[in-house]
Design a protein around this ligand. Sequence first.
Ligand SMILES: [Ca+2]
Length: 355
Amino acid sequence: MLVGTCAGVQRIWATLEDVRPWCLVLLCAGVAAAMAGPLPKPIPVIFDTDMGNDVDDALALAMLHAFESRGEVRLLAVTVTKDNPWAAVYVDLVNHFYGRGHIPVGLVRNGKTPEDSPMIRVPAERRRPDGPFLYPRKIRDGRQAPEATGLLRQVLAAQPEGSVVMIQVGFSTNLARLLESAPDAWSSFGGRELVARKVRLLSVMAGEFETGMAEFNVKTDVPSAQKVFAEWPTPVVVSGFEVGKRILYPARSIEEDFRYTQHHPIVDAYRHYGNMPYDRPTWDLTSVLWAVRPERGYFRLSEPGWVRVDDQGRTSFEPASEGRHRHLLVDELQRARILEAFLYLASQPPQGRAR
Ligand SMILES: [Ca+2]
């Protein structure tokens, strides 16, 4: 069926020289839709983040809450690969801020980058003049959060077959451990089988596909990245470093678009990550936008192939018709449209909450 379709497309292609650019857009949209079939609404999403290492993770989480408010996403869980106790606390207080404190938050054990980070610690430590925390949360200490791999198994086991979209915007520690995980009380399947049954798509921010440099998310945990790219059983769409670095989130938005409330945990994180005013690349936001709206033409997709990770953490893309991987491509017009979406989504107020 697919072979026949491709042959037909090739024949038509040869006769459509004047309209090829538009055909390419439509073809890419078709490929996006065909990769996973019609998307359910809301899309069940698991967000895996190294919250605290860069502020784009915080903006990406804010976007996911906006998508949930718009009926496009149901955030099943957030799992954290930064092994710092404030990381899970900060994620939990952001979820509470958006009125979704019920979302489970899992934290890696014996993971990478345990160092302190003011962008998560300072908002978490802020208190009102009369004593309580400025931003309510249920997780007081990251050590109270469940271990991430077990939480991933628990959440996946409860979902329908082929339904879950996973978004990984940190290192691959949690997802590699998920693949290796053994049957347990939540599921009689091992990790790879559980993923193959429950997950429809993995959207990843990792790697770099222009120069092949060792990108942070890959080089921080090379063996886990190698495992995920070699063994993950579903389609994988990767946003390389080169995509988000050319779309800068403007400091002006942080200063002006969040004024609907006096205190905002995303603004606090941004102000404590760098010296204001600064514009920051939107790496992790691109993987969220692709995962939720793959059919909307924000991005183009590469041909299919395989992402390879060498022992130094350098990435390359090897085209192959049977490959399960693709990476994102963007042009100038698309970048402008993507940034507009980021600004509206990241700064969208919590749903139905007068503050
Ligand atoms: Ca990140």
